[in-house]
Design a protein around this ligand. Sequence first.
Ligand code: 4AD
Ligand code: MG
Length: 397
Amino acid sequence: MKKYGWIKSIRASKALQFLAVTDGSKDFQLTVKEGTPISGDLKVGASFVAEGFDSVTPRGMYEFLVSDLKIIGASDDSYPIQPKKHSEDFLRTIPELRGRTKGFQAVWQMRHMLSQSLHQSLTELGYFQYFTPIVSFADCEGAGETFDVSSDWLQQKLTVSGQLHLEVGMMSLGKVYTFGPCFRAEKSTTKKHLSEFWMLECEAAHLDLDATMSLAELLIKKSLQKSLERPELLQMMDLDDAHIQSVLCKDWPRIEYAEVCKKYKLQFGQDVSSEIEAKLVAEYGGPVFVTRYARSLKPFYMKTGESPVVRVAECFDLIFPEVGELVGGSEREDSYEVLKETMESAGLDMDKMDWYLKTRQWGSVPHAGFGLGFERLLMYVCKLQKIHDAIPFPVSY
Ligand code: 4AD
Ligand code: MG
């Protein structure tokens, strides 16, 4: 039998060498007896092929008893990932190598699990994956924080959100989602902002605000449930599952923005700061949906509420412990006339955005959707201090 992998640490006793190794999916031990043929230098970081057979150590642990060992790719003492605890700050300086540590192997595997879980749950719920463009003119969030894509024949932007195109998909398939990279050029240096991040976005016809929040809650809970299926990943990150159980075990309350204003003495129309978000999750002891923000705080595409007293958007932000805003969603304006007016007063380039307005010209339907920041979800599950540790190659200001 053959085993392939990389050496993580080496320990020698009198007649035996024990190599802690990994094949990427799991760690195990190679036990090498004195006199076993070895070609190449045994060094931390080297790759090998070993011949031998499965066995059990005197303590009952799995081991691979080696009869022949070949180093395929040599390593040397300058290899930066030595068998000791390295700080995240240090590991962030070597993104090309940090995935070889136990902790990051676990984060990358968890990233795969959560991604698969979202695809699977949405497929089961009858949603189709729709493929929105990455190069696109539409500045969906209207904040103007876009990166340019330019060549001698193309002047475009990198997408900030797939939503507007996803609404086109909704008009053809009813229930759709898109999952891909989004780009924001804002000069943000917080622990939860990236310039390139992945967003899961859902959009469905005949969905109202409450149903949209329920969908977001269901999807996140299914993903969290999925993360519990691999307790060894949490162990590799030196975590238990208390933080996951604590949000799984309750319904997440829904509070109106106006109430938040009263509670924290904000002027109606003032933004909810991260400090207040932190107070909210502390007070409610877990995730909280804040709904119906002041209309002026939110982008043009959102539906305006019918309240005659205050102008609100039919929207929500899901505030999560540790990471703050995890999801933002809303009902969309579906009236052609109203949307035209809000687009014009938001100063959008109507020649370039006409295609979006046209989604409301023929067969418009009430619809809603949301966007979930995938790295922020991973940040919560893996208890990461910085969002930069939730994506293999972080790009940020
Ligand atoms: O709240 P946002 O900006 O909403 C939208 O873009 C909508 N068009 C989504 C939709 O309704 N389809 O972004 C959605 C989520 C945020 O709640 C946050 O989790 C994440 O995306 N996000 C970021 N994550 C990392 N770095 C950034 N710079 C992020 N900006 C937003
Ligand atoms: Mg938002």
